[in-house]
Each structure stands twice: as structure tokens, then as C-alpha cells.
Design a binder for this molecule. Structure first.
Ligand SMILES: Nc1nc2c(c(=O)[nH]1)N[C@H]1C(S)=C(S)[C@@H](COP(=O)(O)O)O[C@H]1N2
Ligand SMILES: [Mo]
Length: 220
């Protein structure tokens, strides 16, 4: 694997637990089986159980993971189910039978959430992952289930998923959010309204302090 990394990214020799610093102390404790609340564009609700994920085709995938702060972890080995198949078989039939959804908002057990266009999540390399390196996903990497979308910056890869909302519109948070609505790695969509190359330089300075901050909470 000697393909080039996307613009502005540099490899990191390990795969850290990472994120926005104000979530570092909120990692959920030992995760039980996944139980995901589904919400449709018209407000209808359903529940997705862990065992139902096992009824879909199980996929293994090796992909690079790109944090917006410019570190990348190459060749991460995930196992899980295709988000496209999940949507087709279990999400749309239960909460969006008419196909009104254009956006998907995923919520984590720690209060974290982010939104993506549904079309982006239907790409072939998007997984809802339950495994890492051939073992169940460890809590620091998003147990019991997380989104894996390699073409988007790390912050769209929501961990500890507890709710998936299919929405007709992008919804309230975006106009005020610092998150980019698409966050495509290839386009350096790092931060809404500012050039990705400039933001990359600022973010790069934050990697070390943030790694230190997250390690403080690792063994608690
Ligand atoms: N629930 C949740 N998901 C999250 C985050 C978080 O703090 N909480 N941080 C995001 C960010 S900014 C990054 S870079 C990746 C980091 O994933 P990792 O901890 O497995 O390296 O998770 C993303 N998903
Ligand atoms: Mo990130």
C-alpha cells in the first residue's frame, strides 16, 4: 500500500482514540449489545437490535482513516455491514417507506452527533462497523457500533451509535455548526466557510495536545 494520502494528511503510526476535547471524558462504559433508535422524516420511530445487524451480509474492509486535524491511520481493518444494505433492508422499510429522506443524522451515546447527506452514505465503502482488527470494536473506537465512512473526515465517523434519524432536510445544527456539512477528504472540506489548506495548518498544532488530553481519560 503505497498510494498517496489525500491533500494535507500525514500518516500516524498508531490508531488513537480521538475527537473533540469536550467529549473525551464522556466515553460510555462497557458497551452492551447495540440498540439503535430509528427516527423517520415524518417522526415515526422504530428500534434496531444488535442481532438484526447479524442478518445482513458481513463485510470486511481495509480503509484509511483521515482525521480533519491532518493525521491519517492507514489500512484500518473493519468488519460490519454495508450502510447501503442496512438502509435498504432495515432503515427505509421501517421509518421511511416513501423515500423522503435526504439527510441522515447519527447520534452517539456520549452526546456527539453529526449529519451527512444520505447519498454520501450510500457509497460502497460506508459501513456500520462492529469489529476492528478481527475483534469486537473496543470502546475507545466506538463500541458497540460506529459509522465508518473513509471518504469523509473522522468527525463524520460517529462512534457508539444509539440513534439514526432519517431527515428530509439538513436540520437546525448546520447553519451554526463548525462541522462542514459534507467533510469530503478529497476536497479538503475541513471547516465550513474557510479554506481547508489554512485550517489544516492550525489543526495540525492541536494534534499533540489533543492526544495527551484523550490519554488522560483512557483508563478511567
Ligand atoms: N460518539 C463520538 N463519535 C466520534 C467522536 C466523538 O467524540 N464521539 N469524535 C469524532 C472524531 S473528531 C474523530 S477523528 C473520530 C476518531 O475516531 P477514533 O477515536 O476511533 O480514532 O471519531 C469521531 N466520532
Ligand atoms: Mo477528528
Amino acid at each position: 500500500m503505497t498510494t498517496r494520502l489525500p491533500p494535507g494528511q500525514r500518516p500516524l503510526p498508531f490508531f488513537p482514540r480521538f475527537g473533540l476535547p469536550w467529549y473525551a471524558h464522556r466515553t460510555p462504559g462497557a458497551a452492551g449489545p447495540a440498540r439503535i433508535e430509528l427516527v423517520g422524516p415524518d417522526g415515526r420511530r422504530a428500534t434496531l437490535e444488535d442481532t438484526e445487524l447479524d442478518t445482513l451480509a458481513q463485510r470486511e474492509q481495509r480503509s484509511d482513516f483521515h482525521c480533519v486535524t491532518t493525521w491519517s491511520r492507514r489500512d484500518v481493518h473493519w468488519s460490519g455491514v454495508s450502510f447501503r444494505e442496512l438502509h435498504e433492508r432495515l432503515l427505509a422499510p421501517r421509518v421511511d417507506p416513501v423515500g423522503a429522506a435526504r439527510f441522515v443524522r447519527l447520534h452517539g451515546a456520549d452526546g456527539y452527533a453529526d449529519t451527512l447527506p444520505l447519498a454520501d452514505l450510500l457509497a460502497d465503502n460506508v459501513l456500520l462497523a462492529k469489529g476492528l482488527d478481527g475483534a469486537p470494536l473496543p470502546v475507545e473506537h466506538g463500541a458497540p457500533v460506529r459509522l465508518v465512512t473513509p471518504d469523509h473526515y473522522g468527525y463524520k465517523n460517529v462512534k457508539h451509535v444509539v440513534r439514526i434519524e432519517l431527515r428530509a432536510g439538513a436540520g437546525f445544527p448546520w447553519p451554526l455548526s463548525l462541522h462542514h456539512p459534507r467533510a469530503r477528504v478529497a476536497h479538503q472540506e475541513r471547516f465550513r466557510g474557510l479554506p481547508g489548506t489554512l485550517i489544516a495548518r492550525i489543526y495540525r498544532l492541536m494534534i499533540k495536545p489533543n492526544l495527551w488530553w484523550f490519554r488522560r481519560y483512557e483508563s478511567r
